[in-house]
Design a protein around this ligand. Structure first.
Ligand code: DC
Length: 221
């Protein structure tokens, strides 16, 4: 079967990353995590201590930043200027900063170019917030994953506990709620399902069930 572009969008904690990794493995596709790219820029902004709201400072940072990645079966390795930051970008401060800077036009335009380049080679599954609507509106298969806020907060809590980041469940729920609101209401490329996306509510589904559902829809092409 010809290789295609598959997009997965949805809010934080809907299960996009795990599902995308598994589907990629089943199909022999490359998995691309665009949230990691926003996090990489946030990491560099925090490290360089520039003011991201200042156009010139931000442009200079972008001109002098190289973001690269290496998808492996279970890990999306990401590098800034050759330095691997895969684990470092999962902190709460980077989560917050990446959400803040995702509303800046320059940042989105810069990442859009990188993301579209990645799609020149088909056989990719790319996940994020605006992949089916803006990055690849012509993608052959689009999915939008969602789940209740309670369920997504529960999943995020389990993840953070694994990484030993001490945080209370109620705080996680509130942080996700705020992030959802910002992602959905920003004026530039807000989070929403593409009109031709297949919607999957993952609240009561296991990872395997979601993966199977997606594979079935892809095979039915
Ligand atoms: O998926 P994530 O939690 O790693 O994403 C971090 C932030 O990046 C998220 O709050 C919004 C932003 N983002 C975006 O605006 N567009 C994307 N395609 C992916 C992520």
């Amino acid at each position: 079967m010809d290789k295609i572009i598959i997009t997965i969008d949805g809010p934080a904690g809907a299960g996009k990353s795990e599902v995308a990794k598994r589907v990629a493995r089943e199909l022999g596709y490359k998995y691309i995590d665009t949230g990691a790219m926003y996090r990489a820029i946030a990491w560099k902004i925090l490290k360089s201590k520039i003011n991201a709201e200042n156009d010139e400072e931000l442009q200079q940072l972008i001109d002098n930043t190289e973001i690269t990645w290496q998808p492996e079966e279970n890990v999306f390795h990401i590098f800034v200027d050759g330095e691997e930051i895969t684990d470092e970008i999962r902190t709460q401060s980077i989560t917050k900063k990446s959400n803040e800077i995702s509303k800046i036009k320059k940042v989105r335009e810069y990442l859009l170019i990188l993301q579209r380049k990645a799609g020149l080679e088909k056989g990719i599954i790319m996940e994020g917030r605006d992949i089916g609507t803006v990055v690849f509106p012509q993608a052959e298969r689009k999915f939008y994953l969602d789940a209740t806020l309670e369920e997504r907060a529960k999943r995020r809590y389990k993840d953070l506990i694994k990484q030993d980041q001490g945080i209370k469940p109620e705080k996680i729920k509130e942080a996700i709620r705020v992030r959802d609101e910002k992602d959905k209401n920003r004026s530039l490329n807000p989070l929403k399902a593409a009109s031709d996306a297949i919607l999957i509510d993952t609240t009561n589904l296991s990872l395997e069930e979601v993966v199977q559902c997606i594979l079935d829809k892809i095979n039915k092409r």
